[in-house]
Design a binder for this molecule. Structure first.
Ligand code: ZN
Length: 526
């Protein structure tokens, strides 16, 4: 017999992953237990937070209204949880609101093309129709000059089409070795000819195509995976810059190159909103004993907008929000002040976090540890000590107080080397202040979700997000209560490239230059 299930039953704190009794806790720290019970059971809010952020708000391009919507939503969540938050305004950015993009091939056959306007592109004034021509290979700038009159009133395909949008792995698995070799050889030759042509015509060729009266430009940028494209900002300033999917770009380019007269109807909408504030969202749980010493949880809020910004960096955003909720519930009076930074402008060069560091020397002075997350989903399984000689000892103590389910998968690189680039931890590492990247092993991240059209809610692994948020909350708690502030003594760096500095199974190389990474003055406008 069907029986309605009451809401009370649905929201009861049932354990999801492992029964609470099965989890072993190394110490009887009631706070650690409370964080676990709040973070790893059905009380977890990572599902609701992820769905609201990624589906309803969507991508969060710097300066877009959806960035503001995400910031307002975070502030409202924090207010509901009793956490204070504020905006740290560090500059201005060009406000731009993406509308819809419709791209139809209307001749020689009908097909709705898969693609979208690139960020900060001009839109069209209603639908426009035009023939498409392909940028030829040139031997000189004079050849470009002679060709340019042809672009007037036309749409121009300006990137090299791919010979295949089938991932190489598939060729390796199924093609005859000779076929794969021919593909690779022909592709390499086409790329080098294309590069030589671009070098011959100069970097301003897109501006010159605009000057010559083109209606729009089309670009492709394949990630190398099935159906996956990288989507960034427009290279045009006055006419629409449109991204086409790998094979729809290839289709249009082949039709154009073989004189089959592709004609496209384009309707691309975008609104420019003038200068808008560029800002971070900072949340705070004030410390009681040592309010001027800090623990910083950190993840960038902004994203590219080819999809939903789910793994870059919706997962980091939700992880740190949920960690703050767990801390508020379990640690009413932390010894040190616990901050969370939701940074703007990471995709424009770590500018939100760099501005925060520059504008808050007091926080940098009192920073015990920063924990940043920015590489997608899966469990955190690697933390580099970044060359801080004392960090390994602190992490060992913190880990010894945490449930083994969280710590067992994690490899600590002690003392490690400072990284040379990557994400917002660099803005603090350069001070130097102890700043760590909570890394997941995610070999397909760069091909499949990072800055792609496929970075959507379905890619999030909620079990891992619960796990990571609980881990971040425990690290923040233990770093806030640690009797000792972490020393900033750094190891002597190798003078040049060393075997230790080479990227191992991690994609991000540690600094191999022998010099500690330097802080850069943050950009404060577009
Ligand atoms: Zn990111």
């Amino acid at each position: 017999m069907w029986k309605p299930v009451s809401v009370a039953v649905l929201t009861a704190p049932l354990v999801l992953a492992a029964p609470a009794g099965a989890q072993t806790f190394p110490t009887d720290d009631a706070v650690i237990r409370r964080i676990w019970e709040e973070g790893m059971t059905q009380r977890s809010q990572v599902l609701d937070l992820s769905q609201a952020l990624m589906d309803s708000i969507g991508p969060r391009l710097q300066g877009a209204p959806s960035y503001d919507a995400a910031a307002d939503w975070i502030a409202s969540r924090y207010a509901a949880w009793g956490i204070e938050s504020e905006r740290h305004v560090y500059g201005t950015w060009l406000g731009w609101d993406r509308g819809h993009t419709h791209i139809d091939l209307i001749s020689p056959r009908k097909r709705t093309l898969s693609g979208m306007m690139l960020a900060w592109s001009r839109g069209t004034d209603g639908p426009v129709e035009a023939d498409v021509i392909m940028l030829p290979r040139f031997a000189s700038r004079a050849e470009l000059d002679a060709w340019l009159p042809q672009v007037r009133g036309r749409m121009v395909a300006i990137t090299l089409p791919e010979p295949t949008c089938r991932e190489d792995r598939s060729w390796q698995d199924h093609a005859r070795p000779a076929s794969l070799a021919r593909l690779q050889e022909e592709r390499a030759r086409a790329r080098s000819e294309w590069t030589a042509s671009l070098r011959a015509i100069g970097q301003d060729f897109i501006a010159r195509i605009e000057d010559a009266g083109a209606v729009a430009v089309f670009e492709g940028l394949w990630s190398g995976g099935w159906g996956v494209d990288k989507i960034f900002d427009a290279s045009t300033t006055r006419i629409p810059g449109i991204h086409l999917s790998c094979e729809d770009y290839g289709l249009v380019a082949r039709l154009a190159e073989r004189g089959q007269s592709p004609r496209i109807r384009l309707d691309a909408r975008a609104d420019f909103l003038g200068d808008v504030p560029a800002y971070n969202v900072i949340g705070r749980i004030p410390g009681t004993e040592r309010p001027n010493e800090y623990v910083l949880l950190s993840a960038h809020l902004d994203s590219w907008d080819g999809a939903s910004g789910a793994t870059d960096n919706g997962t980091g955003t939700v992880m740190m929000m949920e960690a703050m909720r767990l801390l508020r519930a379990a640690v009413p009076n932390p010894r040190r002040t616990i901050l969370v930074g939701h940074w703007g402008g990471e995709e424009q060069g770590l500018i939100g976090s760099a501005a925060y560091a520059a504008d808050h020397p007091d926080v940098m002075r009192g920073l015990n540890a920063a924990f940043n997350q920015d590489n997608g989903t899966w469990r955190v399984d690697f933390i580099r000590m970044m060359g801080f000689t004392a960090a390994g000892g602190h992490f060992a103590r913190w880990f010894s107080a945490m449930p083994n389910e969280l710590t067992d998968p994690i490899e600590l690189d002690v003392p490690g080397l400072p990284e040379s680039s990557g994400s917002d931890h660099m803005s603090f590492l350069c001070v130097p202040a102890p700043a760590f990247r909570l890394q997941s092993n995610y070999p397909d991240y760069r091909t499949y979700t990072w800055h792609t059209n496929l970075d959507t809610f379905d890619k999030v692994v909620l079990d891992d997000l619960r796990h990571n948020a609980t881990l971040a909350a425990m690290l923040a708690y233990l770093a806030s209560e640690d009797p000792e502030l972490m020393s900033r003594e750094t190891r002597e760096l190798p003078a040049g490239p060393s075997p230790q500095a080479a990227p191992t199974r991690r994609t991000m190389a540690a600094s191999a230059t022998g010099a500690w990474p330097a802080c850069r003055a943050p950009r404060r406008s577009m």
